[in-house]
Design a protein around this ligand. Sequence first.
Ligand SMILES: [Zn+2]
Length: 113
Amino acid sequence: MFMQPQIVHDRWATIETKSETHVVEADSMIDVLRELDVEDIVEIHLEDGWGARFSAPGYLDCTGWGVYESEASAAEALLEEMDCDCEACEECEAISELSEMARPGLASTDEPR
Ligand SMILES: [Zn+2]
């Protein structure tokens, strides 16, 4: 199953515990905190930025969010995980879209902004 790249601008909460790190939209931070033992929480960090991950649509299957300062660097990070050059599949389509995002101004003439 091809995992779709997802890039979202939002406010992000990074919740670091003694054993793991959770990165979630700040809006849903409370849901994560409820599941945690207060004594295990080491640090909570809030930032605005571009979240990037892969997810399988219709499934709960997805990777964790990575947060980046720009849309371009978020796209670049996702591109590093992708590898196909058949030029006929969904993944190749996503790779070309992300490549345009990673190099704004160079590729497309129909910039949405
Ligand atoms: Zn392909």
